[in-house]
Ligand binder design. Structure first.
Ligand SMILES: *Cc1c(COP(=O)(O)O)cnc(C)c1O
Length: 369
């Protein structure tokens, strides 16, 4: 008898214990007659700001809009240059391009897929002035915020955290993702560590004026009804159903993150195979959104795991500067760590509802490779 295969993720398992509460909350919204930017959005914004340890949260339609509105909030506009990593499926690059600004790619660390402060410093030393930097906490692991913030401060640049994979991650001094830079973006896409029942996102910051600007930008740039005071305004609102779902789920987030981290740490201590590099066991600065190993025989390993009933994925196979939409515009750019990772990374199943037996089967399958 063969066991059922182990999925990369399971939203059905994730939602099942909450189904009653979520259905009831959704019914209340349907009966309330208020569907967009109402009291449930305001309540979730207050809860999530408090959770992050920031003063302000502005609910928006998705995580990419959150990035774009955060960029516009700090003043990024046509022709500005913004430092980004190139290893996360074009999210940051798309948001920069949507502002009419120019992405400036910097390489990642060799052993960790976040921006390398030395590579950023090299970019700052050589090129014309830069307006801002997006630090993506990729896979749920905090970027090197202390160094990156210091560099940006020295160059008068704004620091935007992309926290779409890092809800709840905490620095060594206990500061949560979202409160480590000037402004932060979150996605509540269903598979994220905190996910809605559809699309959603948020911008989080501590500065009241910045928050007020983003609040205007998410709704046409309105200062008041039908007064379009700010250029670059959008329609990117969070709706009441998603806010109600997120409020119902937020109390579970820390527990889910703990369970994700426990799965990740079992992998890091028990996968023993010379052909597989695992990330070191981690603390609160990693919320295990994705558990990513590396192998120079990645495609072979992926087939081996599939045959053993273990689903895997690749985050991400094509670096931003190599995406076809640029039509070769960045062909001359070389980012050795980013490019090598695209050929070597492999994501193993890591979600809060995995059973201990499933985790053991993944470990055994890796060790038999
Ligand atoms: C998912 C994700 C986004 C985009 O969020 P959407 O809600 O899908 O627009 C941005 N950045 C990162 C790192 C992500 O993982």
């Amino acid at each position: 008898m063969t066991s059922p295969s182990i999925p990369i993720n399971s939203l059905l398992r994730h939602i099942e214990p909450l189904q009653g509460a979520l259905t009831q909350a959704a019914n209340e919204v349907v009966g309330s007659g208020h569907f967009v930017l109402g009291r449930r959005v305001a309540a979730f914004e207050a809860e999530f700001a408090a959770y992050c340890g920031a003063e302000h949260c502005i609910g928006v339609a998705n995580g990419t809009d959150a990035l774009e509105l955060a960029l516009k909030g700090v003043g990024v506009t046509t022709g500005d240059r913004v430092v980004v990593a190139a290893n996360a499926a074009m999210y940051a690059t798309s948001a920069v391009l949507a502002c009419g600004a120019e992405p400036v790619f910097a390489d990642t660390l060799p052993d960790d897929a976040t921006l390398d402060p030395a590579a950023v410093e090299a970019v700052l030393r050589t090129g014309p002035a830069l307006k801002a930097l997006i630090a993506t906490h990729l896979y749920g692991r905090l970027a090197r915020m202390r160094e990156l913030v210091a560099l940006c401060r020295a160059h008068g640049m704004a620091v935007i955290e992309d926290c779409a994979q890092a809800h709840g991650a905490r620095s060594a001094d206990g500061v949560r993702a979202g409160a480590l830079g000037d402004i932060a973006s979150f996605s509540f896409y269903p598979t994220k560590n905190l996910g809605a029942i559809g699309d959603g996102g948020a911008v989080v910051c501590r500065d009241a004026e910045l928050a007020a600007r983003v609040r205007q930008l998410r709704q046409y740039g309105w200062a008041g009804k039908y007064v379009n005071a700010l250029p670059g305004g959008r329609n990117s609102r969070l709706d009441e159903i998603q806010a109600a779902m997120l409020s119902a789920m937020l109390p579970s987030l820390d527990g889910w993150n703990q369970r994700r981290r426990a799965v990740a740490n079992r992998y890091s201590t028990q996968i023993r195979n010379a052909a597989i590099a695992t990330p070191a066991a981690a603390g609160d600065d990693y919320v295990a959104h994705l558990y990513v190993i590396r192998s120079d025989r990645r495609d072979e390993l992926r087939e081996h795991l599939a045959a053993a009933g273990v689903q895997t994925d690749i985050h991400y196979p094509t670096p931003d500067h190599r995406q076809p939409c640029h039509a070769g515009r960045y062909a001359g750019i070389d980012l050795p760590h980013t490019q090598r990772d695209a050929e070597q990374v492999l994501t193993l199943p890591c979600f809060p509802e995995m059973t201990d037996d499933e985790v053991s089967r993944v470990i055994q399958a890796c060790n038999r490779f």
